[in-house]
Ligand binder design. Structure first.
Ligand SMILES: Nc1ncnc2c1ncn2[C@@H]1O[C@H](COP(=O)(O)OP(=O)(O)OP(=O)(O)O)[C@@H](O)[C@H]1O
Ligand SMILES: [Mg+2]
Length: 612
């Protein structure tokens, strides 16, 4: 059915309109693409408020009104021409472009597949001028300073395209999504969307330094703000800010990942991969994290002229970007959220207030920490660690942080208990949960899960610092072993040594554990050896990569963590809470489940219908 060789047809230059229609094919796929282009233009014009009006999902009408600088009357006809732009004049400006637009193509492309008119007024003009795209007619009109672009009957001249459009509701949803992406990019700009005469959504523009959080809560919901951590990281010329959702709110699909490079919404495999890998240690399986990340970088180090819709880009040094994003998100997630729980609660109270809100002074600490890199966090952790390793204390079931006989110390304890994010331990429930009281109400801790994370993080830190010390057992622990276990023990002797475990062959059918990591010295050496051998069987013994190593450490930690049904004293419980507060990633156990939950007084009051 394919045409066979055709007789030669003369080569001719295409007419302008057809060129524009071809260009429109790349840039204008549906009403939402028009919305995107027109908002890009409004933002480039410095608008602080943008109103989008749609009829029938944008198919009948898309109108975007802004309060930007406007287009001078004599330039209006030029604005609609192909390859006409005020944003760049030469190659070097293209290579360091800071505006959304630069191709000088959008309005011409849109006009070629619709009926377009532009109404605009600059500060110098006494009145506005309206230009009808098709007829070229220019007329005086009334309007405040700024620009309105009206696009009617999209694809009326290209029915093939029009057939691809979905229902009005679907097209409207795409348009709203396009505005949402811009709204997240520009927290200082107000947005309104109207459909068939009704207000669909509006995002107000607060002023002040917390405007990004305000906008994030407004657009993505207060839930996102409450269940995310601030990202703030600098590496050379690269800045990464934003918020990363905690593992609790991860989703089955990657549909809540907002990524911006120099204020432009983009999709990029490098950054997406970097962000996902930052969750490796806290999010298992195929769950997709939620985040809004903003990269700011030297525009010369990123090429935005890769894709007609500018949704893709190319980094000059993608490894550098990968590393920065990964470290930014990783270090943000590593801060135990216990330390910012109070921040989040008060944030949510303020979120519905009209006015912008400022970070309370005590928020500074976690915020400042989040700007640091992983190494700094390690140091911080060590700094805040008591001199004896906490795990050793737990294993020895001697959690005593204080001398219980010392009355004056006890008083100090009560005084500072108020300021501890995870509060003061009250009791143990069913040998599984610790109940604690803090400023906001009740804290519930899954004892085993929390302790497991603490031990795991400590082992990781020790192995990274090559300080995983090993303790010889006075009496080697011997056990009958399977052939598999014996083979693994022999093949992986070096790896086991690196992990602080020494296992040797005793007889043809038994093994002897001769040393275990000091951190785990109070546990059951045989159970530890067996579970590590089982884990090792699944990996190539000669190359235990980072991933396998972490899996091994996790196995060891799980094994060593305090078991359910162990009765803890209040001192032991308090020691565990304090360790959680200073342990990176302590909000999740190694399997990505939460280790603690806050139940606020407000929630408790609601439960008992108090204050109604
Ligand atoms: N809302 C607006 N306010 C002020 N000037 C505008 C507005 N919209 C368009 N213009 C002017 O019209 C020109 C053409 O706009 P158009 O969107 O076609 O191209 P561009 O934004 O320069 O590049 P791109 O094709 O990449 O979007 C712009 O360069 C700008 O000078
Ligand atoms: Mg443009």
């Amino acid at each position: 059915m394919y045409p066979s060789i055709q007789p030669h047809r003369a080569i001719c230059e295409l007419p302008d309109e057809l060129i524009s229609q071809i260009a429109a094919g790349e840039v204008v796929e549906r009403p939402a693409s028009v919305v995107r282009e027109l908002i890009d233009n409004a933002l480039d014009a410095g608008a602080s408020h943008i109103t989008v009006r749609l009829l029938s999902g944008g198919v009948r009408l898309i109108s975007v009104e802004d309060n930007g600088v406007g287009i001078p009357a004599n330039e209006l006809p030029i604005a609609l021409k192909r390859h006409a732009t005020s944003k760049i004049v030469n190659l070097s400006e293209l290579e360091s472009v800071g505006t959304m637009g630069f191709r000088g193509e959008a309005l011409a492309a849109i006009q070629s597949v619709s009926e377009l008119s532009v109404l605009s007024r600059t500060a110098e003009q006494e009145h506005a001028m309206r230009l009808e795209g098709r007829s070229g007619e220019l007329q005086a009109a009334a309007r405040a300073i700024g620009t309105s672009v009206e696009v009617k009957e999209l694809f009326y001249s290209t029915p093939a395209r029009r057939k691809f459009l979905k229902s009005d509701a679907t097209e409207l949803a795409h348009c709203v999504e396009a505005v949402r992406r811009h709204a997240l990019a520009r927290p200082h700009v107000g947005f309104e969307i109207w459909h068939d005469g009704k207000l669909v959504t509006q995002w107000r523009s607060p002023s002040g330094e917390m405007s990004l959080d305000y906008r994030l809560a407004d657009v993505l919901g207060t839930d996102f703000l409450q269940n995310s951590v601030a990202v703030q990281f600098t590496q050379g010329h690269l800045h990464v800010v934003g918020r990363a959702g905690i593992p609790d709110i991860a989703r089955a699909r990657a549909d809540q990942q907002f990524l911006y490079v120099n204020g432009r919404f983009v999709r990029d495999k490098v950054v997406t991969h970097a962000a996902r890998s930052a969750y490796e240690d806290v999010l298992h399986g195929h769950r997709q994290p939620v985040y809004a990340l903003y990269l700011e970088m030297d525009p010369q180090r990123v090429d935005v002229n890769v894709h007609p819709t500018k949704i893709e880009l190319r980094f000059r040094d993608s490894r550098e970007v990968h590393q920065a994003v990964r470290r930014a998100v990783e270090s943000a997630l590593a801060i135990p959220r216990a330390n910012s729980a109070m921040v989040q609660d008060s944030a949510s109270e303020n979120i519905n207030a009209d006015a912008a809100w400022k970070a309370p002074a005590w928020k500074q600490t976690p915020m400042a920490l989040q700007g640091q890199n992983v190494q700094d966090l390690g140091q911080l952790w060590q700094r805040s660690m008591p001199s004896t390793p906490p795990v050793a204390r737990i294993s020895e079931s001697a959690f005593n942080l204080e001398d219980t006989q010392d009355v004056s110390k006890k008083k100090d304890y009560a005084d500072v208990a108020d300021s501890w994010p995870l509060g003061k331990a009250l009791a143990q429930l069913q040998g599984i949960y610790i109940l604690a009281e803090n400023n906001q109400g009740l804290v519930l801790v899954d004892m085993h899960a929390a302790h497991e994370r603490i031990v795991y993080e400590q082992l990781k830190l020790q192995i990274d610092a090559r300080q995983l010390s090993s303790q010889p057992l006075l009496i080697p622990a011997t056990f009958p072993a399977t052939e598999q276990e014996i083979a693994t023990a022999q093949a992986s002797a070096q790896v086991l040594m690196d992990l602080g475990i020494e296992i040797s062959l005793l007889t043809a059918k038994s093994l002897a554990v001769r040393a275990v990591p000091t951190t785990l010295s109070k546990g059951d050496p045989i159970a530890l050896a067996r579970s590590v051998l089982a884990e090792l069987q699944q990996h190539d013994a000669s190359t235990v990569l980072q991933r396998a190593q972490n899996a091994l450490l996790a196995t060891m930690a799980c094994h060593a963590a305090v078991r359910a049904n162990r009765k803890l004293t209040l001192e032991e419980m308090n020691a565990l809470l304090r360790q959680m507060e200073v342990t990176p990633r302590s909000d999740q156990c190694n399997h990505g489940r939460p280790t603690w939950r806050q139940i606020t007084l407000r929630e408790l009051d609601a439960l008992f219908m108090r204050g109604r």
